[in-house]
Design a protein around this ligand. Structure first.
Ligand code: ADP
Ligand code: ZN
Length: 218
């Protein structure tokens, strides 16, 4: 089973996909993480990406395809991937179809988290991330536990770009570029929309119903 999780930045994709990864032992493909890892490895491609990112430009679809192909073609992750924050536009969605087909795989479920801009702004300005393990919390809605293995007051921080201003910009970009992508998957009969304004546990309960539905007929 391969899943895509959609939603504007701050909708709760990371929060929900982390739960799916844990419960269903899936591999989360976050293109942001992929880029950062490639840079860390300092491969030829990694150095190129670093240059582009540092200059403030967007990484090309070509590079993105190469990175996604690397994961999709890896037997270790075959038919067990959750795509978080990718594809971002119709071009990437079509490329993903090609990559999947080449590797005899497909998307089984597309989940779209619908959240209003007002809620997004509240969530984004309260978002806290553990710089060590990547766990996501929220100072208003989902405070970090007092005592856990790695997360503590020194590792849990706000993201530099998590301001109301930036949130609004990202929300608009998301709506413009992702609308056609959602239509694309809707036509394929894969799209499930979820009201992302509910509590984290309630949303997750709905998502597990969708997933279990698929597993039933796989
Ligand atoms: P995304 O990955 O879509 O950008 P995150 O999972 O990082 O979103 O969630 C954004 C912020 O909102 C985080 O601080 C998270 O703890 C909080 N959050 C996530 N889901 C909910 C929810 N259903 N209700 C309230 N806050 C939430
Ligand atoms: Zn941590």
């Amino acid at each position: 089973m391969n899943i895509i999780i959609f939603g504007p930045p701050g909708a709760g994709k990371g929060t929900q996909s982390d739960k799916i990864v844990k419960d269903y032992e899936m591999f989360k493909l976050s293109t942001g993480d992929l880029l950062r890892e490639e840079i860390k490895e300092q491969s030829v491609l990694g150095k190129k990406i670093e240059e582009i990112v540092n200059s403030g430009k967007l990484v090309s679809d070509d590079i993105m395809n190469t990175l996604v192909d690397k994961i999709v073609s890896n037997k270790k992750y075959q038919n067990n991937i959750i795509f978080d924050g990718y594809p971002r536009n119709l071009g990437q969605a079509k490329n993903l179809e090609k990559i999947l087909k080449k590797n005899s795989q497909k998307i089984n479920l597309v989940i779209s988290l619908k959240v209003s801009l007002e809620s997004i702004v509240k969530r984004i300005t309260g978002r806290l991330i553990c710089s060590k393990c990547g766990a996501t919390y929220n100072e208003f809605f989902n405070p970090p536990p007092k005592k856990v293995d790695c997360c503590n007051t020194r590792t849990i921080k706000k993201r530099d770009d998590d301001s109301a201003e930036v949130a609004k910009k990202r929300f608009n970009t998301y709506q413009e570029s992702t609308e056609p992508v959602l239509k694309f998957y809707e036509k394929m009969g894969l799209l499930k929309e979820t009201a992302g304004e509910k509590k984290i546990g309630e949303i997750y309960a709905e998502i597990t119903e969708y997933i279990n539905g698929i597993q039933g007929w796989l």
